[in-house]
Ligand binder design. Sequence first.
Ligand SMILES: *Cc1c(COP(=O)(O)O)cnc(C)c1O
Length: 395
Amino acid sequence: MIPAVPIYLDYQATTPLDSRVLAAMMPYFTDKFGNPHSTSHRFGWEAAAGVDLARDQVAALIGADGSEIIFTSGATESNNIAIKGTAYAAFPAKNHIITAQTEHPCVLESCAALERAGFSVTYLPVDSAGLIDPDELTRAICAQTSLVSVMAVNNEIGVIQDLRKIGAICADRNVIFHTDAAQAVGKIPLDVRDLNIDLLSISGHKIYGPKGVGALYISNNIRQRPLALFDGGGQERGLRSGTLSPALCAGLGTACRIAGQDMDQDYAHVTALGQRMTAALFGQLPDIRLNGSTNQRYPGNLNFTFSGVKGDLLMRELRNIALSTGSACSTEKTEPSHVLAALGLDKKQIDSSVRIGFGRMTTPAEIDTATHEIIRKISKIRDLLHPDRKENRNG
Ligand SMILES: *Cc1c(COP(=O)(O)O)cnc(C)c1O
């Protein structure tokens, strides 16, 4: 049976907007329409007050101060400012940066742009669990290194890098540490001071906030502030010119406030859902694997390889269940996942992998329906491809 109502299991691509977030945004679309950068009248002050509150709410979630947060259009822009802005600020004294092979495309493409401009970039490999080796990072740092950019939670497989170790190494070697925390902020505890993080990227729409807004944390103690990537009125401490949207800022701020307040509850919820699905899949399907570290992971992101079952075929069969192959972040690219390749999966294994993501609004009933359908379709596809195996199993 195809579920009548579509089931959304693609929370890494985007999350539903929390209704409490929408409520906080609404006044800024109507009554409080002022330009937050207008300093000569109350319309401006009112909008600016909303932006300031939101800034403090974002900061509070990561243990920062409001003065250390700039608003951007999303994690893509935050990553661009952090990586290119820092590389250019440190140039020509330093011309080398370090990242990991499993980063989000916007990080990898920012690095590729720097390479085209003459910078040198080290792409750290990961082990079969998806984790970088801190010793390898230490060895890669040289006198020319200005920046290390390693993500917190991976968007395709959910593994969590050891930010504490990476932060300590960077602090020890006087290198700026940036982390793309789009999938981590609000989902796992993160304290920028505790972890020695200098720059941290946030996205609104990955944490039940609106699309089109994000933030970049820039430590007040940073050795070198990034350069702005474009010019204008000098808003956001000169780093991000252009008029802010108070509605979007309020949405991000409220999403952060709720994420902080509900984190334990959200985490317990996704843990229970993940265990429910994983147990059923492993219990009823042979030849499957969970990709990425089993213990260092965010439980709301499961990436499975179902041997012999093409991911795109499975997704077509599961018409009312929204899953992804994990590489959907890059538009219209059908190249095999660079993340799974970095883990050592071959092309066939990558082609038969799918990402299942769930979160705050997902119900146990949805997980049960989806699990049941996934098991049914996979068994059907496998039986069609290998009728002999079916006989063996039934006999
Ligand atoms: C979604 C995502 C981004 C991009 O965020 P946008 O706000 O959509 O620009 C960057 N990095 C990671 C890890 C993501 O999951």
